[in-house]
Structure formats: structure tokens, C-alpha cells
Ligand binder design. Sequence first.
Ligand code: FES
Length: 98
Amino acid sequence: MSCKVTFLPINQTVTATRGDSILEVALAHDIPLHHACGGYCACTTCQVRVKEGAQNLSAIEEEEKERLERADEVGPTSRLGCQARVMGDVVVEMVNTD
Ligand code: FES
């Protein structure tokens, strides 16, 4: 089953396979989502803010939560792109865009 993921601020919508992480979706479509640790929940550069469809992401797990608590610029809708898996349509805003 496929879903749609929209990345802000570049406003690019791509098709994703259900179960892929936001980072995997981004990399498959050449979207510049940072991933300094390579997707191992060890950096937070892949942080996104979920704008729509938070219920369509996999539940946050303890490791991701702890990592986010130590990150800068974290808000109530923050997720790590390498940990959050897409289960339906979502709109996310990338935090690190430079
Ligand atoms: S890529 Fe490092 S925590 Fe997600």
C-alpha cells in the first residue's frame, strides 16, 4: 500500500511505501533530509515537525523520545525522520534545511 508524504518547506509530495521511515522516503526521492548518524537514532539532524497526519506515523518509542528530549528546537510535534514510519498520508516540515 502506498501513501503520500509532503516535505516542507520545499513543498514536494512523493509516494511512499507503507512502513518506510520518513528518512527512507526522503532518500529515495533525493529530498535533502539531514541524517548525520545514518539513521540510527543517534543525532537528531533528521528531525521533522509533523504538520498533518501525525496519527499516520508509527508510535514514538522510548529511544526516539529520549533522543528528542536532548535536541534543540524540539516542539510537541517533533519526530525523528529515521524512526517515524509512514502508515498513511503525512505532511512534515524539515527542521534542518541548510
Ligand atoms: S538520522 Fe540521526 S537520529 Fe535520525
